[in-house]
Ligand binder design. Structure first.
Ligand code: SAH
Length: 213
């Protein structure tokens, strides 16, 4: 697994693009994305595309989210060191690695067994320590709840009630909601347990599907 000066140069350009053209201003997010070797999360045939702002196939009919999508969702999540975060849709494991790089404790669920296994191997070989699960993210992880933050990386048609339940009071969920395109939505749970919602721009995600594949 090679991460050389050429890849670091491409990452520097990617980060400049996010800061200057996409208004991502959180220095911690930009630093984390500067560190994680995104090209290793794509099949080697896509090496030249790894740092472009596009989604790419990762197998099992799924895609790695574009760099802007990852940066935007991560910035909205406002990750603090030691935050306990539940991610739905491990996919390639790239977003997981960005959260880990920010010092979070990450629990991530994937419904495709082959992706789950591949992400597990890759994250281990990069010495990231995280908790990956092969199960249906719609149900969350009751045994590990509550979570400070929840990040959904697939397009949901509704907000899964179990996820709302597993969000800590004072916590925050970032979830793209919609059928064909999704509105990036942030849900806050206040200290009394009341929910408020804020909506951002439209994105296009692979669907949030029920059950394991
Ligand atoms: N965060 C990923 C994005 C992958 S795309 C990355 O950085 O690569 C979204 C992922 O959500 C897909 O891998 C898809 O299989 C997964 N997914 C869809 N529905 C799911 C569910 N109910 N539970 C867990 N994962 C799900």
């Amino acid at each position: 697994m090679i991460d050389d000066f050429r890849h670091k140069g491409l990452r520097r350009k990617m980060v400049e693009f996010l800061r200057e053209q996409k208004d991502i201003s959180d220095a911690n997010v930009l630093n984390a994305m500067m560190v994680v070797p995104r090209h290793l999360f794509l099949d080697s045939s896509f090496l030249d595309f790894a740092y472009q702002d596009q989604a790419f196939p990762i197998g099992s009919n799924q895609t790695i989210s574009s760099v802007y999508t990852v940066a935007f969702q991560t910035e909205l999540l406002n990750v603090q060191e030691k935050d306990k975060i539940l991610e739905i849709g491990t996919g390639s494991g790239y977003q997981t690695a960005v959260l880990l790089e920010l010092g979070a404790e990450v629990y991530s669920i994937e419904r495709h067994q082959s992706l789950y296994k591949k992400a597990q191997l890759l994250l281990n070989s990069l010495h990231y320590s995280c908790n990956l699960f092969y199960s249906d993210g719609y149900l969350g992880l009751q045994n590990h709840a509550p979570f400070d933050k929840i990040l959904v990386t697939c397009g949901a048609v509704d907000i899964p009630p179990m996820l709302l339940q597993q969000l800590k009071k004072g916590g925050k969920m970032v979830i793209p909601v919609g059928f064909k395109t999704q509105i990036m939505t942030v849900i806050y749970k206040d200290f009394e347990g009341n929910l408020t919602k804020k909506e951002y721009e439209n994105f296009r995600f692979v669907p949030f599907l029920r059950d394991k594949s």
